[in-house]
Design a protein around this ligand. Structure first.
Ligand SMILES: [Zn+2]
Length: 362
């Protein structure tokens, strides 16, 4: 679906929103919004002196990155927050949604209002680090056959903190979804990532097998997930286990379950599938050099925590807390640091590779 936007020349289009600067280029399926590059479902093209953009730009990208916009799916309208309207003449919400014009008044690039968000280090990358579970949601406990002394939420937080330190040491900016023993709704974890305009989303978890017998206790190793429909029985088990956290979420935090929202979110996430898959492979490969293993490979699953993030997103199961030896390994501070540094190095290497392929759209 396309919608006309504004006339431009030389294939480059720039316009200033009250809270963000948007750059587009004809034939290039990416939008640059402030310092971040966002993939588009379709490349912009010009037709009858108007720039045609995929409808996704209005339904997802402006709400996620534009600052002060939300898309009302039931009315098929792009709306602005009141606070934005007070700042400057905001774009008019398009009527009808499909095939609608995005406010040419506020989006012509002639606005005298400079973007209110500025980035002192436009090249710096923001990594969102998510420690799994928290608060009343303990995640898995182990090991099997012992009094449960290993608690996933605690080890996930310890490793996530060390990962944040390691990423900062590599020159990255870091946002943690939680820094203490609190419960953050799964849907909010992705939302935090989007609001912060994160470049990469990393979720840290500890694994448990589907059975609590002797064979289950022998399961060990690490695996990295990216978002997709769960395929194997094992992938579906981990997906169910990690999505269980939803039952701890009540009231305002509970997912609304709007099928249209889900479809839109799913579409946006598909754009990041290849990137997420590459990131997962880089992390999984890197861990082979520090983790006693075995490597269980790159997996795919439809994790609620990954579903809401509009950026390359992976979930790392750093080992089995149900296996006595691995629970011991994962609880050791030095091992946690080694795992964290290894994952951080993989993120740096992935980003360097990603930037060399995608680059800017300028
Ligand atoms: Zn978990």
């Amino acid at each position: 679906m396309k919608c006309p936007l504004l006339p431009g020349s030389n294939g480059h289009f720039t316009f200033t929103l009250p809270h963000a600067r948007v750059e587009l280029m004809e034939g290039v399926p990416f939008a640059r919004i402030d310092s971040i590059t966002v993939p588009l479902l379709d490349a912009p093209e010009t037709s009858a002196a108007a720039l045609m953009l995929p409808l996704q730009f209005v339904t997802e990208i402006l709400p996620a990155h534009g600052g002060g916009f939300f898309y009302d799916a039931s009315a098929a309208e792009l709306r602005t927050f009141e606070a934005v309207l007070r700042h400057s003449p905001a774009p008019r919400p398009p009527a009808g949604g499909v095939g609608a014009a995005v406010g040419t008044g506020g989006a012509t690039g002639k606005s005298s209002q400079p973007p209110s968000v500025t980035y002192p280090h436009p090249s710096r990358r923001l990594i969102v680090v998510d420690a799994g579970h928290g608060g009343p949601d303990h995640g898995m406990t182990g090991p099997i056959g012992d009094d449960p002394w290993f608690v996933e939420k605690d080890v996930a937080l310890a490793v996530a903190r060390k990962l944040a330190d390691a990423l900062r040491a590599e020159g990255m900016d870091v946002l943690m979804t939680r820094t203490s023993d609190t419960l953050i709704a799964l849907s909010d974890r992705g939302r935090i990532a989007n609001r912060s305009k994160g470049d990469v989303f990393l979720s840290i978890h500890v694994n448990a097998p589907g059975r609590s017998d002797a064979a289950g206790a022998r399961e060990r190793g690490f695996e990295t997930y990216f978002l997709a429909e769960a395929k194997t029985e094992d992938e579906q088990r981990v997906e169910r286990m990690e999505n269980e956290s939803v039952r701890f979420e009540t009231g305002a935090n509970a997912p609304k379950g709007d099928p249209l929202n889900f479809i839109i979110t799913d579409m946006a996430q598909n754009e990041h599938l290849r990137e997420s898959s590459d990131l997962a492979a880089t992390i999984q490969d890197g861990l082979k050099s520090v983790h006693p293993g075995p490597s269980r490979g790159v997996q795919q699953a439809n994790f609620a925590v990954l579903r809401g993030s509009y950026m390359p997103a992976v979930l790392v199961e750093i080992g089995f807390g149900t296996n006595a030896a691995e629970a011991g390994y994962l609880s050791d501070t030095d091992n946690q640091t080694a795992l964290a540094r290894n994952i951080a190095a993989s993120v740096v290497s992935y980003l360097a590779h990603y930037e060399s392929r995608v680059g800017g759209i300028r």
